[in-house]
Design a protein around this ligand. Sequence first.
Ligand code: HEM
Length: 193
Amino acid sequence: MSDTILWYATRGAGVVSLVLLTVVVVLGITSAMRWKTPAWPRFLTAGFHRNLALITLVFLAIHIVTAVVDPFTALGLNAALIPFSSSYRTFWLGLGVIALYLLIAIVITSLLRPFLDYASWRLIHWFAYAMWPIALVHGFGTGTDRSFSWMLGIDGLCVIVVVLAVLWRTSRPSPTSWRALPASESMNRSVSR
Ligand code: HEM
């Protein structure tokens, strides 16, 4: 594959990953808020949230593999596995690796959710609030396209929707907090998850 194709693939897949992650975070918040309408039942939000997170991993794999094998950056595998080990844009790439590990932890614990207690799963899921801004800063810090107006527009839109979703989430008591759950559901969660 030519260097140019790899370079475009890294950039394109990075932008798509960020946009998908943004939608995943918003759908997660929507799910936690138990939002639904007659035309949009809650299982649709939950299903979308889960499937989109898995699709994001595919785009991230393309983003990372093309970056690693691109002879121009000559990153090497370690740069994608060990945070801050890359000689190329050490800090910004290190943030990308940390965001990746947080995302992997969130996805794995979600796939294993039936075997975990609810509190542990939820604690790790809260890392999403750290993972998303770290990924955003990584892309903003290192991206070739970061100062183009279309990229600034995408970054700005992502920030606006996540901030609005978080404000909505914090503006009212969470329907999924221990206090808000009916006693029977709290009990089920602590026993069976
Ligand atoms: C959650 C994880 C990650 C997300 C959401 C993400 C997203 C992004 C975004 C949005 C950009 C900017 C693209 C552009 O300006 O066109 C970018 C750039 C870049 N990312 Fe990531 N990234 C992640 C993890 C990683 C990891 C683990 C690596 C390690 C190899 C990596 C390597 C790079 C490189 C080399 C660039 C610069 C590409 C260029 O020259 O424009 N990323 N990333």
